[in-house]
Structures are given as C-alpha cells and as structure tokens.
Design a protein around this ligand. Structure first.
Ligand SMILES: *Cc1c(COP(=O)(O)O)cnc(C)c1O
Length: 233
C-alpha cells in the first residue's frame, strides 16, 4: 500500500486553508464576471499522506488530483469506497502500460497527450464499464522536457481521440512554463478549446489560479496553498 511517510496532517489548518482558497477562487470568478460555481477546485495532495486527504474530505472537499498512478493506488481506493462522491483526477504523465490501472481508479484523466495513449485508453475502456472523462494536455510553452501535445498538433489529437476512437474528451489541460507569464498560455488553451468545442479547461495552480480563472478555467489544481509545502519525494 502507500509508502508515503508524511507527518500527520493538522486538520484545522487544512480546513482553514481550503476555505481561504475557495474564497479566492470565488472572488476571482466574480471579478471576471463569472459564476463561482463554474470553477471546480481540484485539491492536489500528491506526496502528502492519506491523513491530509482525510482532512480535506472532513472540510467538505470532494475533488482531488494526483500525479502518479501508483501513489494514488496506495491512497485512494479506500477513500473512494468510503465517499461515493469523491472525484479523482489524474494530473501527471500516464504510461500506456498503466492505462488499465488509470481507467479503473481515476474519474478524469487530464493528461492525454499522444495517439498511442489515446489508443491504449480506448482499448481499456472498451473492456470495462468505466469511461473516465479525458482532457488533452497541451504543451503550450513547447518545452521539450514537458508532457503535452504541441499546440499545432492538438486539433488532430482531439479529432483522433474523440471522433475516431470515441473517447469522452471533455476538455484541455496545461502547465505553463515556470518562468513565463502564464496569461498567454491560458489564453492559448482557451482558444484551442473553443475552436474544438471543448467545455472544460484545467489550468492554474497555487501561483496563478486567479489568473487562470480570469481566462476561463473551469478547474484549478491547487496543492501547496491547501496542504502546505511538499517534502522532496
Ligand atoms: C503538483 C501539481 C499541481 C499543484 O501545484 P501547487 O503549485 O502545489 O498548487 C497542479 N498541477 C499539476 C499537474 C501538478 O503536478
């Protein structure tokens, strides 16, 4: 099971941090003339142990993100059994040989970024009742070390995954370059989503979620501002 050695979470601190982040998301939405209910907070508890997730669950949080399949397998099956309404997003790179496990455990797979993975997910979904929603990850900064389809290849991947393979592609996801203004990246993601008729936009993290909301994010993925700094793995 989980080999994560986090200290025990302070639930009151998590509850207060969550409330603060929710307020900031709502405020950013209102400032942009949007309904706060349009923005879902995805709480990213990666690296932190199960007690952190439980603390957030106690505070009413139900949508979580994890970036490693194996880590999520150690933490979430029991929590999902106890909370039927828990929604789990995969936000990290997915190897095709983990497609089966990902389809079993996750409700949303945000990191579909290549044809081979689209085919592997279609094959696994055909074998089970489970059809997790898929978001296509776009490498908006065209960074060689980063996952995601190049912006110029995004339309073709969406067409393959959604129209040819029949995957439930619902949105797009991006992680802007660490050292650049995020706004142009969020704007680019929104443009690609719009021209492909995709409604969901997963963008924005602790450092920039308010800007992402201004550019139309429907999902912001926030870890540090909720759970605190992460120890190195
Ligand atoms: C870790 C992670 C986050 C959360 O990052 P914070 O800066 O801690 O909010 C969001 N998205 C992805 C893809 C991540 O890996």
């Amino acid at each position: 099971m989980s080999d994560i050695q986090s200290p025990i979470a302070d639930r009151e601190v998590i509850a207060a941090s969550l409330a603060r982040v929710r307020d900031r998301v709502a405020e950013a939405a209102r400032a942009a003339g949007r309904d706060p209910a349009e923005v879902t907070l995805v709480a990213v508890g990666k690296v932190h142990g199960v007690t952190y997730i439980e603390g957030a669950l106690d505070a009413g949080q139900r949508v979580f993100g994890e970036n490693r399949v194996q880590e999520a397998e150690g933490k979430f099956p029991a929590l999902k059994a106890a909370h039927e309404d828990l929604v789990l997003h995969l936000i990290g790179p997915l190897q095709t040989n983990k497609a089966r496990e990902a389809v079993q455990l996750f409700d949303v797979i945000e990191t579909l970024d290549r044809p081979k993975l689209a085919r592997a997910l279609a094959k696994e979904m055909a074998k089970t009742e489970r059809r997790p929603a898929c978001y296509v990850q776009v490498n908006t900064g065209e960074e060689p070390q980063k996952a995601g389809v190049a912006p110029a290849a995004a339309d073709a991947l969406i067409a393959l995954a959604r129209d040819e393979l029949g995957l439930p592609v619902e949105g797009l996801m991006c992680i802007p370059p660490f050292d650049e203004e995020p706004a142009p990246h969020f704007a680019l993601l929104a443009t690609i989503a719009k021209r492909n008729g995709l409604a969901k936009l997963s963008m924005g993290m602790t450092a920039d979620f308010e800007i992402a909301v201004r550019f139309g994010a429907t999902h912001v993925r926030v870890g540090t501002a909720i759970f605190g700094a992460r120890e190195p793995r």
